[in-house]
Design a protein around this ligand. Structure first.
Ligand SMILES: *Cc1c(COP(=O)(O)O)cnc(C)c1O
Length: 420
């Protein structure tokens, strides 16, 4: 019987007999591990540095917590289950997972193709830091067709040097979808020129439950585990998942950059994973109720929510049907008016917290144009409909009636502001 990931989150990869019978994996708050003998120490190093093959049933010997630690290894094994990945690497932040991965797969003169806007930190890393290492960049929008992308590659001076495709889907904060399979085709066609082109997908918005990029042709899946995976707004962490070969490469660079997650972070995330599915399902259920309320409110001009997609949305709807297993818990909306009305709404909330971040147990709201996306070029912001009237909600696990009550009373405050 093949058990579901949610049934395995409490026990997978952990042996109580190795920890005096403790039902939960303890926090191995230790920097180094004692070898039983010099011969054992030598063997562990030989395996760790790839000089010797690991025996099929052999556990990797514990050496030093920058290389390995039980809290990280067990967490990594559990994380692989949702995405059906061969291996995973965890990091002390989503940004360190992303930056380490990009540095491993991109070399001077290479070109990275990426969807815009991506997460602000990622955008800064790609557009400001990678070029200082001689890496070329090409940003496209989620709405570009295959022909349009190929044309832009052809016109780009370094289009033949394409080495990495970096996607974020759904896009933040508009929920615009990117077709991962289409980029697989593009990578395969461009690869005919010779070298490997890897596809990495930031799955923070939908994963690891509602979207599995590896199934659609991605090579690597990236997470800010700070969001749904951590889920309690109390830890910063990240992860990268993929084949044994590719994650092996990422782990080597992680060892030398020293950006692995610590044991306490590992333990917190293991604890969070036990409730991941119930939390995410409740959040998606609540988000559907919230979106329904917003869809019918006279002070709301437009709602950006995956559940609102229908056949009339053409390609976006096709991608949604193919890639998304849920409508998610992120709902953005345009309020009638502009920044004044949006700020009045945000300042009037009583239950929902005014904060960036997402995917947590508590509901959060923020103003993308002046906060998370204030760095995005005005022209792109306009093109992606990120205007002063937009508010982004991350719906939590509270009673949905209370969330709606809060939104309703805040909208009443906005209404009072406008003299009609
Ligand atoms: C938050 C976030 C990141 C960055 O992760 P950190 O854990 O804050 O370093 C990357 N991508 C997306 C989509 C995010 O939401």
């Amino acid at each position: 019987m093949k058990l579901s990931p949610e049934s395995l989150m409490m026990s997978y990869g952990y042996k109580p007999e190795l920890s005096v019978g403790a039902i939960k994996c303890p926090i191995f708050q230790t920097s180094t591990f004692v070898f039983k003998s010099a011969e054992e120490g030598k063997h562990f190093f030989e395996v760790a540095y790839g000089l010797k093959e690991k025996q099929p049933d052999e556990e990797l010997g514990l050496i030093y917590s920058r290389l390995n630690n039980p809290d990280l290894e067990i967490l990594e094994d559990r994380l692989t289950l949702w995405d059906k990945a061969e291996d995973a690497a965890v990091f002390e932040s989503g940004m360190s997972a992303i930056s380490t991965t990009l540095l491993e797969f991109l070399k001077p003169e290479d070109l990275i193709l990426y969807t815009t806007p991506v997460y602000g930190g990622t955008d800064h890393f790609i557009s400001k830091i990678l070029p200082s290492y001689g890496i070329h960049t090409l940003g496209i929008t989620p709405y570009d067709t295959k022909e349009e992308v190929l044309k832009q590659l052809k016109q780009h001076k370094y289009g033949d040097n394409l080495a990495f495709i970096y996607l974020e889907t759904p896009a933040n904060p508009t929920n615009a979808l990117v077709d991962i399979g289409m980029f697989r085709e593009i990578a395969d066609e461009c690869r005919e020129n010779g070298k490997e082109i890897y596809i990495g997908v930031d799955n923070t918005y939908m994963g690891p439950i509602w979207q599995h990029p590896l199934e659609h042709g991605a090579d690597l899946v990236l997470y800010s585990a700070t969001k749904y995976i951590g889920g309690h707004s109390d830890v910063i962490a990240g992860a990268c998942l993929g084949s044994k070969e590719l994650i092996g490469r990422v782990k080597v660079l992680r060892t030398f950059l020293g950006c692995m997650a610590g044991p306490w972070t590992g333990w917190l995330l293991m604890r969070s994973l036990e409730t991941l599915k119930v939390r995410m399902e409740q959040q998606a259920f609540n988000a559907a109720k919230v979106a329904d309320f917003l869809n019918n409110h006279p002070l709301v001009e437009k709602v950006y929510y995956l559940g609102n997609l229908g056949p009339e949305h053409g390609r976006q709807y096709d991608i949604y049907k193919k890639q998304c297993k849920s409508d998610g818990a992120m709902v953005s909306f345009d309020i009638k008016g502009g920044e004044k009305e949006a700020f009045k709404f945000l300042n009037s909330m009583k239950l929902i917290k005014l904060a960036v971040s997402l995917g947590s147990t508590e509901s959060l709201a923020e103003h993308p144009a002046s906060m998370t996306h204030s760095d995005v070029e005005p022209e792109l912001r306009e093109r992606m409909s990120i205007t002063d009237k937009m508010i982004r909600l991350s719906v939590g696990v509270e009673n949905y009636k209370d969330i709606i009550w809060d939104i309703e009373q805040a909208l009443e405050q906005v209404d009072a502001l406008v003299v009609r």
